[in-house]
Design a protein around this ligand. Structure first.
Ligand SMILES: Nc1nc2c(ncn2[C@@H]2O[C@H](COP(=O)(O)OP(=O)(O)OP(=O)(O)O)[C@@H](O)[C@H]2O)c(=O)[nH]1
Length: 192
């Protein structure tokens, strides 16, 4: 009887884990989605060593509406999968499809890694994905990167996302296909 009960509880636990994992996973790319982002990002921030910095990048595919409109939504989906796989290889601690054609990468950085993701445009240039309806003739991405160098007061996720979002906006305005990095070193603790 006890054995049957244990077995039942184990099955129930596994089923719950499966459902949680499914809810946190983007079905198209297999990446985590934004549901668990805050929790995982907070956990990463809490684990930062005093000498470590934090980098967060918001990455948005350029001229993607043009791609969908001309090649079709299914082909657009295939591009998102390729982009996702490329971003999975950017050595980040957290990789998330935040929504639509927007991705977030978060990474614990050492002092000698502050150029993290500067090579992002090159990664897409070196192995081009054709996009005839972009002025670049291939898929490009624009990124807003924020690097928090303040090791006394750790940043709020909200403010990191807001700064990265401004970076994306600037990158789009500057013509796209670039990464804009902002270094944050607040003197005061943030109030969330
Ligand atoms: N195929 C596909 N398209 C998506 C998905 N999610 C969002 N989109 C499309 O992404 C496009 C985003 O368009 P916009 O926000 O105008 O951005 P954009 O065309 O990339 O222009 P810029 O960002 O200014 O370079 C829209 O056409 C959405 O329908 C998805 O899961 N699959």
């Amino acid at each position: 009887m006890q054995y049957q009960l244990d077995s039942l509880l184990r099955k129930q636990y596994k089923a719950e884990l499966f459902e949680t994992e499914k809810a946190n996973t983007d079905q198209l790319t297999g990446m985590h989605n934004r549901h668990s982002f805050d929790r995982r990002c907070k956990a990463l921030i809490n684990k930062l060593a005093p000498s470590q910095y934090l980098g967060l990048a918001m990455i948005d595919v350029d001229y993607f509406k043009n791609y969908n409109d001309n090649y079709g939504h299914l082909e657009g989906n295939k591009v998102l999968v390729v982009v996702a796989n490329r971003l999975k290889h950017c050595d980040a601690d957290i990789v998330v499809r935040f929504g639509g054609e927007e991705f977030i990468l978060v990474k614990t950085l050492q002092a000698n890694e502050l150029d993290w993701l500067n090579d992002l445009p090159k990664r897409f240039a070196d192995d081009p994905i054709a996009h005839q309806y972009s002025p670049f003739n291939r898929i490009t991405v624009s990124a807003g990167i924020v690097i928090d160098q303040n090791t006394t007061y750790r940043p709020s996720i909200k403010s990191l996302l807001a700064t990265a979002d401004v970076g994306v906006y600037k990158a789009k305005n500057a013509g796209r296909n670039i990464s804009i990095t902002d270094f944050v070193d607040p003197k005061q603790p943030e109030i969330e």
